[in-house]
Design a protein around this ligand. Structure first.
Ligand code: PLP
Length: 498
């Protein structure tokens, strides 16, 4: 007997799938539509799904992703061969998640080093066996001794980096050192008040007292939002926020930024690498302009430290902040703050606490007497387990070497861009390596759903509205993983949408 045609049944199921996906985009992305397993068992389904994608590319994205989800098995990982051309791959075995995941998301959360687990066990052992004595046996100084490892990576001196819970707090500490009064009387007071000798460098440097009308914070439209929120929170205290717009939504023209910095500027506050597009800003030029007009500069290094070489002293930055979650593979709870040493005596953070006191164990009531060293930038009890965990990542990054990491990052991001272009995917990151950090951003429709499906296939990337899918190789990435990532994205992006 002749079997009835399956087409009406398949058409009905596809229509239901599409309706479901359109009505429930977030649910459609997170859980398979219950009818799909019936559908995909039918041999006609794959050509049908392709033809539907061709005719209704954008509308059918959710349904197409769901189909792809059921028909494509997660990739099998072949064993790694360490090429003599890429010795950094030897570090792969230190990162457990790499065994079964294509990890392209170190701009968001760097892979956990295996030894972080041992460090955390060390912390609990010390807590269990040494109890309160642990404070005298290393815990009290841990925010500075941990910062010393970072100082070696970032070109700062020993004792110059104070660990903080996160960037938001570190930036707020900087702001709390500054005043933003708008009084006109004091306009001409850009007086040279002292010349100091920096003990660490033996170099002469100049400390200026700023005129009282110097109340501007110059930043850019693509700075990370946490920084924007903090700048605007200073407006009731007299700060005027000057936000340099982006001409293209992805970069900040250096000339626009430099032109906005003048004698009214108290603080220039920018990110080294922009989180949306991975645009790499010219910090040396920005710092030079800030200092030319007597302003201070604070850089957020979160998206550069660990993947782009940095020398804080050579750059002449006054302040720098960052965290460990991303390229430094240090996990959460270990932000950091660098302050130029010769500024220390002139700065009295209002965001303070007993750890910043000159004699904390005298438990003096009354006003703060600031410690003479970087302890003056601390406040309350530090996040000790976070600092234990963070060390492992720093040690590996230091040993691997940021110049070698950067060379590999440039090579692999170039390759990603080439593969993306071959696949017809639009690139939303700078094409010139000198202007690009470690991420390649791909402008694809329905990015969040593509990212969710990639995650199911053990390919980890992320998505930011307004820029696209962020793909980041790090020093532990194999070249084959670049191809696999782009191939998977290409497969998930509807044909006509390209
Ligand atoms: C450039 C930049 N700054 C700051 C932050 C947020 O820092 P935190 O959560 O430590 O305050 C991020 C997080 O993604 C970032 O990319």
């Amino acid at each position: 007997m002749r079997r009835p045609s399956p087409l009406p049944e398949i058409a009905a199921l596809l229509a239901l799938t599409a309706l479901f996906a359109l009505a429930n985009p977030s649910r459609a992305a997170s859980e398979p539509f219950p009818l799909l397993p019936h559908l995909v068992r039918h041999p006609c389904v794959i050509p049908l799904s392709l033809s539907i994608q061709t005719h209704f590319p954008l509308q059918m994205t959710h349904g197409a992703i769901l189909l792809a989800r059921v028909v494509s098995p997660a990739p099998q990982r072949p064993p790694v061969t360490i090429s003599p051309m890429d010795p950094l791959l030897a570090w792969r075995k230190e990162f457990p998640i790499l065994a079964n995941t294509i990890y392209m998301v170190s701009h968001s959360l760097g892979a956990m080093p295996r030894r972080a687990k041992e460090r955390l066990a060390e912390y609990t052992d010390i807590w269990a066996t040494r109890g309160v004595r642990a404070w005298h046996e290393g815990w009290w100084e841990l925010p500075i001794t941990t910062g010393d490892i970072l100082a070696r990576i970032l070109g700062a001196g020993p004792g110059e980096i104070a660990m903080q819970p996160n960037v938001s707090i570190a930036q707020a500490i900087i702001h709390s050192c500054l005043e933003f009064p708008q009084s006109a009387q004091a306009a001409a007071r850009d007086t040279l008040i002292s010349e100091t000798r920096s003990p660490a460098q033996g170099q002469r440097s100049v400390v200026r007292e700023f005129p009282k009308t110097r109340n501007r914070i110059v930043t850019d439209a693509l700075n990370f939002p946490t920084n924007h929120y903090l700048f605007h929170a200073l407006e009731p205290l007299g700060a005027e926020v000057v936000t340099v717009p982006s001409r293209d939504g992805l970069t900040i023209a250096l000339e626009d930024l430099l032109a906005s910095i003048d004698e009214r500027t108290r603080l220039v506050a920018v990110s080294h690498v922009l989180f949306r597009s991975s645009y790499l800003q010219d910090l040396a030029a920005i710092a030079a302009r800030a200092h030319e007009v007597g302003a201070l500069i604070a850089a957020d290094l979160y998206q550069s430290a660990g993947t782009v070489p940095i020398n804080l002293r050579e750059l002449g930055l006054d302040f720098a902040t960052g965290g460990s979650v991303k390229w430094l593979c240090g996990g959460p709870g270990a932000g950091y703050l660098y302050v130029r040493r010769d500024l220390w005596p002139t700065l009295e953070p209002k965001l303070t606490g007993w750890m910043a006191h000159e004699q904390p164990f005298a438990f003096e009531p009354g006003p703060q007497r600031y410690a003479p060293d970087a302890f003056r930038f601390l406040h309350g009890t530090p996040n000790i387990p976070g600092l234990y965990a963070a060390r492992s990542g720093y040690e590996i990054i230091e040993e691997a070497g940021v110049p070698a990491i950067r060379a590999k990052s440039i090579r692999q991001t170039e390759r990603l861009i080439e593969l993306a272009r071959e696949a017809g995917l639009a690139v939303n990151s700078p094409l010139a390596p000198a202007h690009r950090g470690g991420v390649v951003t791909l402008d694809v429709p329905d990015g969040q759903n593509v990212v969710d499906e990639l995650s199911r296939r053990e390919i980890l990337v992320d998505y930011r509205p307004g820029s696209g899918i962020r793909v980041a190789p790090h020093f532990y990435t194999e070249d084959a993983e670049l191809d696999a990532t782009i191939a998977a994205i290409r497969e998930l992006v509807p044909v006509r949408a390209l």
